[in-house]
Design a protein around this ligand. Sequence first.
Ligand code: HEC
Length: 181
Amino acid sequence: MIHTVDRDSRTITVSANVHAASRRRTSLIGAALLIGIAASASAADHPGPAAVAQIVHARQDHFHALGKATKSLREQIGRANPDWTLVAADANQIEHLAAALPTWFPAGSGQGHGIKTKARAKIWAQPQAFASAAKTLAARAQDLAQTVASHDPGALRLRARALGQACGSCHHRFRAHSSWW
Ligand code: HEC
């Protein structure tokens, strides 16, 4: 919160100075409009620290849910008598989370903003490669979900392995080994 206030007052100060330099007699309304525009433009380009924290924490919550559902599904399909209701719920959740994954990485939510995250700068530097890694996951999650109805543990284990490879491949390229601020 304090950071946001600092950032906003900095934006306001800069805008006000520029404005004062270019036009001596500025109406307060004009200045207020300019400040409003500057503030909203900077918020759109780079979310402030409070917004970054919110985005990163939500992203990590989503990933933890994805990890939990994947672990639960793997456990079930490794059993002699899987709980098919649970397998279906897990597969469904994995499919939905995988489809939403690309929306968890807005520009400016990487490292270097004072929030601990493992999201590497490469995600935004190589957007096509990242999008394709996310697409592979979504496709494999869909295959997995569609195989559940077969109640065939062997086929599901193959799908789960393919899914796991999509997780690992993206982590290898786009997730840092440790969190940086
Ligand atoms: C397209 C890339 C991508 C794919 C695919 C992907 N992840 Fe991740 N994952 C990441 C990134 C990047 C982070 C770090 C997020 C952060 O710290 O802000 C992460 C973080 C996580 C975390 C949080 C713990 C940690 O070490 O940061 C878990 C758990 C996780 N992923 C599980 C999975 C599982 C399970 C799958 C597959 C079902 C998967 N991920 C697929 C990119 C991906």
